[in-house]
Write a protein that binds this ligand. Structure first.
Ligand code: PMP
Length: 402
């Protein structure tokens, strides 16, 4: 039978990362591929306690709830975001099924086919997938280690008149870098001047290695009318609860709530009740501090192994937080081609190419350092370095004989 799919499905694509995860979840491959927290560090007891309390609280937690989600949890978020300098009220926040749904619902209510969104290059793959599914035209802005390059941003704002700029300014996915305050301010000033909305995606902001540092969210610099901000409990508590949130101008949140009604009425409110209890009874900040320490130590191990890898031309930026190293390898190494060999030998990564919106660099890769123990990082990096060294020396031989 030929199924008559809607035209728009031609814009849906499977995520290269999720496809790799399917392979690496099998067997005993050491995977640096997914953006996964460590299973061993999940606050299982605290989550169990929070659900027990939810179950004991009676039938209300089991009932349908408001589309925007459980109000007391939104109050907790007003407080937590307030501590980062983001002013909000309960009415400006909607709980979503992960921040992934926040991106989708925002795109659904904001974009017509052909609308333009500016992004970093490379950028978060699954946001690109969403934008493409709504037939949005994505224009990359030149990006260096401090954020979007102001001259290129200004040019593209003028030339393309975008509807939105999508950014991950704090410990980005995939590059793990953090924008300078000046670049944040510049983007906001430009957006205000050109009346463009900024979509600030911040799943990793809490995973910072220097607790005394503040990386002011762009939304904290704004009066609330030019930015929407999304974050999630996926990286700090557990991804399986699929709870994220979006905060933005009330008109946008209101229309997004109507779109959410059509999508799923509301997200899982048992998870909302449990997260509310977890945030109020459990030392979540203490837990986050512990994550920061453990992930920092793992990052340092991976950094040492990258430094020791004898691969001339290898470069990376030391992450100040988040979950990823972005590595550039010698130019003749194609990470997409080598992935199969690496997986067969027992280690996986994500090739960098799929994250690019344009001008993909084949010699790049993203390495996650949070999911594996230090021992596994040692072992997995040993395999990867061997694979790349072999490829580099084969390329060298080939060039000598041709
Ligand atoms: N944005 C970015 C930049 C991410 O890396 C992720 C998770 N990989 C998400 C959004 C979605 O996270 P979740 O839906 O689990 O909240």
């Amino acid at each position: 039978m030929r199924y008559g799919f809607a035209k728009r499905v031609q814009h849906l694509q499977s995520s290269a990362v999720r496809d790799i995860l399917k392979i690496t979840n099998k067997g005993d491959v050491i995977s640096f591929a997914g953006g996964l927290p460590d299973d061993e560090l999940f606050p299982v007891e605290a989550v169990q306690h929070a659900f027990t309390k939810t179950f004991e609280s009676g039938g209300k937690a089991f009932q349908y709830d408001a589309t925007e989600g459980y109000a007391p949890l939104r109050e907790v978020l007003v407080d937590r975001m307030g501590k980062k300098g983001i002013a909000s009220s309960v009415d400006d926040i909607m709980l979503t099924t992960g921040s992934q749904q926040a991106i989708d619902l925002f795109a659904r209510v904001m974009f017509n086919p052909g609308d333009i969104v500016l992004t970093e290059n490379p950028t978060y793959l699954a946001a690109v997938q969403v934008f493409q599914s709504y037939e949005v035209k994505i224009i990359p802005v030149e990006t260096d280690e401090h954020g979007m390059v102001p001259e290129d941003l200004d040019d593209k704002m003028k030339k393309y008149k975008p509807k939105c700029v999508y950014v991950v300014p704090t410990f980005s996915n995939p590059m793990g870098k953090v924008w300078s305050l000046e670049r944040r301010q510049h983007l906001l000033e430009t957006a205000i001047q050109k009346k463009v909305i900024i979509f600030e995606d911040d799943p990793y902001g809490e995973i910072k290695f220097d607790s005394s540092q503040t990386y002011t969210p762009i939304s904290a610099l704004d009066d609330g009318s030019h930015t929407v901000y999304t974050s999630t409990f996926s990286k700090t508590v557990v991804p399986a609860l699929r709870t994220g949130w979006i905060k933005g101008p009330h008109q946008i949140i209101r229309i997004m709530a109507q779109a959410k009604q059509a999508a799923d009425l509301h997200s899982n409110s048992l998870a909302h009740h449990a997260l509310y209890h977890l945030c109020t009874d459990f030392d979540l900040n203490g837990h986050i501090k512990n994550l920061r320490r453990t992930y920092y130590d793992r990052m340092k191990v991976m950094q040492r192994l990258l430094d020791q890898a004898e691969l001339p031309g290898l470069s990376y930026t030391v992450p100040k937080g988040g979950m990823f190293f972005w590595v550039e390898l010698p130019e003749d190494i194609d990470t997409t081609l080598l992935l199969n060999t690496a997986v067969k030998k027992g280690a996986a990564y994500v090739p960098g190419a799929p994250f690019y919106v344009a001008d993909a660099k084949q010699n790049t890769m993203r390495l996650n350092f949070t999911h594996s123990t230090q021992d596994k990082i040692e072992k997995g990096m040993g395999i990867l370095v061997e694979v790349f060294q072999e490829a580099a020396s084969m390329e060298h031989e080939y060039q000598k004989t041709n």
